[in-house]
Design a protein around this ligand. Structure first.
Ligand SMILES: Cc1cc2nc3c(=O)[nH]c(=O)nc-3n(C[C@H](O)[C@H](O)[C@H](O)COP(=O)(O)OP(=O)(O)OC[C@H]3O[C@@H](n4cnc5c(N)ncnc54)[C@H](O)[C@@H]3O)c2cc1C
Length: 387
């Protein structure tokens, strides 16, 4: 089974020679940590100064990691991926906007994406980010158990209403809905609200999925406690399991403010926690798992556990997910074997998806280790094609 991810012909079947070369040079470039750091500073400055750099960003990182600016731009990519049985999840990736008009726009986009998913077999889920629907400061105040002012209460009611609208639409249209996880200092408020939604809409099966960031050492206890409550109240729990994307920020904040870091003490500890999470999810019947990972070992582990428990490859309670532009060797080879696979397909105006793109670039420097894997696979495929 371990060999399946080495098949680069299947992994890159949809990439033309030119696209393969572009991916290779892109990963070569972002392999350098200093280059990413300097590039980030220059790009942010250029965007703030309204310099015409959008074209350059599009031609490099944007087109590799994103499906386009609008949903319609993404449709050809979605259709193309689906020819290989790889599904897509439209991810409106605008971040860091704190106005009510932007929250309402994200709500509209999510509702529209639920409709898309309802119509298209190639789109199995919809997704949104908690801070897409409300201010981070508001989630934080609730997480810190501080009381809200009268104005803030009205503001929070609007956030709750947005969650209700999308979860109800997802339920009515039978489209499962993933809700991302973000910084630990705002996450409790989101988790509490997501649990209310699960209780309401997951009575017969999982429609609402939360996210567990397994780099947090407290997540196993949280999952077990949630499952206990779910059993008592009779609802299903859906979880996307990821390792987590805000590690540096989490550690820095904990140190600055003098509280224990919420992050596991080492990569090994995070890996063990992730394993414990997928094992628990697969062992309990009223749970549905979306394994969001680019880690091959974790992916094998899920496959092995599923076989042990007699869960079929196409059982809708088990999905694998990767991000568009990363780990095609996992996505396309899993799909070729008949597993349920979906890739997040981010889209939005170039300057507004920059925080997302910067996270991807940082995650892919040589330090984090992902790039060497991507590069060696691209190299193997270029060699195979005699490029
Ligand atoms: C479909 C999908 C959805 C996602 N949704 C979310 C989301 O909602 N929220 C979110 O935060 N992220 C999300 N992510 C991003 C995900 O968290 C990153 O892809 C992940 O950090 C990379 O981990 P990995 O499992 O692919 O593998 P690996 O490359 O094996 O792991 C790298 C990760 O391990 C952890 N780590 C690394 N070094 C250490 C260390 N020294 N100590 C402790 N831990 C360490 C960090 O989390 C790091 O990112 C999503 C990813 C995918 C594929």
């Amino acid at each position: 089974m371990h060999k399946i991810f080495e098949d680069t012909q299947t992994a890159f079947a949809l990439k033309s020679d030119t696209e393969l070369d572009r991916a290779y040079f892109l990963f070569k470039m972002i392999q350098s940590e200093p280059l990413v750091r300097i590039g980030t500073v220059i790009t942010n400055f250029a965007l703030k100064a309204h310099m015409p750099v959008e074209h350059l960003i599009r031609a490099s990182v944007f087109d590799h990691f994103c499906g386009g600016i609008t949903e319609e731009d993404c449709l050809p990519t979605i259709a193309n991926m689906f020819t290989k049985n790889v599904h897509a999840i439209l991810d409106y990736s605008v971040e860091g906007k704190e106005e009510e008009s932007q929250f309402n726009l994200a709500l509209e986009k999510t509702l529209q994406n639920i409709d898309f998913a309802h119509e298209k077999q190639s789109i199995p889920f919809a997704v949104f980010k908690p801070t897409g629907f409300g201010r981070l400061g508001l989630y934080q105040k609730l997480t810190e158990q501080k009381s809200l002012s009268e104005i803030e209460k009205v503001e929070w009611n609007k956030v709750v209403d947005r969650y209700n609208q999308v979860c109800k639409a997802a339920y009515d249209k039978d489209v499962p809905l993933l809700i991302d996880a973000e910084e630990s200092w705002m996450q409790d408020a989101a988790d509490d609200l997501i649990e209310v939604m699960m209780e309401k809409y997951n009575q017969k099966k999982v429609i609402v999925f939360g996210t567990l960031q397994m780099y947090r050492w407290d997540r196993m206890d949280y999952l077990k406690a949630l499952y206990k409550r779910a059993k008592e109240k009779g609802f299903y729990v859906g979880m996307k399991l990821v390792r987590g994307a805000y590690m540096e920020k989490e550690r820095e904040r904990a140190e600055e403010n003098g509280y224990p870091s919420p992050i596991c003490e080492s990569k090994q500890a995070t890996d063990a926690n992730f394993d414990a999470g997928i094992t628990y999810m697969i062992e309990h019947k009223k749970l549905a798992l979306f394994a969001g990972t680019h880690n091959e070992e974790s992916t094998y582990k899920v496959m092995e556990l599923a076989i042990e428990k007699g869960i079929k490859k196409d059982d809708k309670r088990l999905w694998f997910g990767q991000l568009y532009g990363m780990s095609d060797h996992i996505s396309y080879n899993l799909a070729a074997q008949g597993y349920n696979v979906a890739k997040y397909l981010p889209y939005g105006p170039v300057r507004d998806v920059m925080p997302y793109l910067i996270r991807r670039a940082e995650e892919n420097t040589s330090v984090s280790g992902q790039t060497s894997r991507e590069l060696s696979l691209l190299k193997t495929e270029r060699k195979r094609r005699k490029l």
